[in-house]
Design a protein around this ligand. Structure first.
Ligand code: FAD
Ligand code: SF4
Length: 233
């Protein structure tokens, strides 16, 4: 049986990380990154560094980031609480560190603050196969609506960075707007600001934009996501 702590702590699915015959800064700091000029179709488009372009594979983290989850931590020196969005790290020059969990610390609980987002939400995961595959791009979206007006919005991307990717600017741009594809597209552009591609993963930028708009439309309509709808058209 898997655990929430284990899901948050799972490591990247970058193939080079597991191939001990190839350089990998995450596995062996200072050896180089084989993915930079290698097979990088599944790799990150946001928050990358010259040391590592790996993505975080967790789906649950993406939804928890959108919902403003808090991570409770205990260690030798006591207890502390950090936002889930501050739990995972960007690679910078230390990609061997996936999280800000200190030595000797464990996750003891995840707290979800009360929200008014229980009606209009959706999670869309785009992958190469319909099962047994990690996200190429995933989106967690939630809206609080009054009629067609957006009172509050939450938006996070998975499969695109070393951590769940949430932009407060993109969410702020939605507040007070009508729930329309144009406004959703603008929020997607803000969320994807600064996205850069390597040789094989450029498709993710356009895919992520479309996925954000589609997930927000699903959230707006409060429609469930069926497996059949997940195919790439
Ligand atoms: C075939 C396959 C497909 C998968 N597909 C997906 C997928 O699509 N999406 C997705 O999100 N995940 C996916 N997973 C990942 C899977 O969900 C995680 O591996 C699982 O959630 C890990 O949970 P666990 O409790 O078994 O962790 P473990 O394997 O027991 O632990 C993982 C790591 O976390 C550490 N750890 C565990 N609990 C804590 C804690 N409380 N505090 C600090 N450290 C802790 C452990 O020491 C270990 O280093 C897949 C896994 C497999 C094998
Ligand atoms: S992307 Fe990160 S995990 Fe993958 S080879 Fe490069 S350093 Fe290693």
């Amino acid at each position: 049986m898997a655990s929430v702590g284990g899901n948050l702590m799972q490591r990247t699915r970058c193939a080079y990380f597991y191939d001990t015959t190839t350089p990998c800064n995450k596995r062996s700091p200072g050896t180089g990154c084989s993915a930079l000029d290698g097979l990088n179709r599944n790799h990150a488009i946001l928050g990358t560094s010259k040391s590592c372009i790996a993505t975080n594979p967790s789906d649950m983290s993406v939804a928890l980031a959108a919902l403003g989850a808090l991570v409770h931590i205990a260690g030798r020196t006591g207890q502390r609480t950090i936002a889930l969005t501050d739990f995972h790290r960007l690679p910078d020059d230390k990609p061997h560190l996936d999280t800000n969990l200190g030595s000797g610390e464990i996750i003891t609980a995840i707290e979800l603050p009360p929200q008014s987002l229980a009606r209009n939400y959706s999670y869309l995961k785009i992958r190469d196969r319909l099962s047994y595959a990690f996200a190429l791009v995933s989106v967690a979206a939630a809206l609080e609506l009054e009629g067609n007006a957006i009172v509050d919005a939450r938006l996070a991307l998975g499969g695109v960075a070393h951590k769940p990717w949430r932009s407060l600017e993109a969410e702020a741009a939605l507040r007070g707007q009508a729930a329309t594809p144009d406004h959703f597209g603008h929020a997607a552009d803000l969320l994807l600001q600064g996205a850069t591609a390597r040789a094989h993963n450029g498709f993710k930028i356009a895919l992520a934009r479309r996925a954000v708009v589609r997930t927000l439309m699903q959230a707006m309509r409060a429609t469930p996501q069926s497996q059949a709808d997940k195919k790439i058209a």
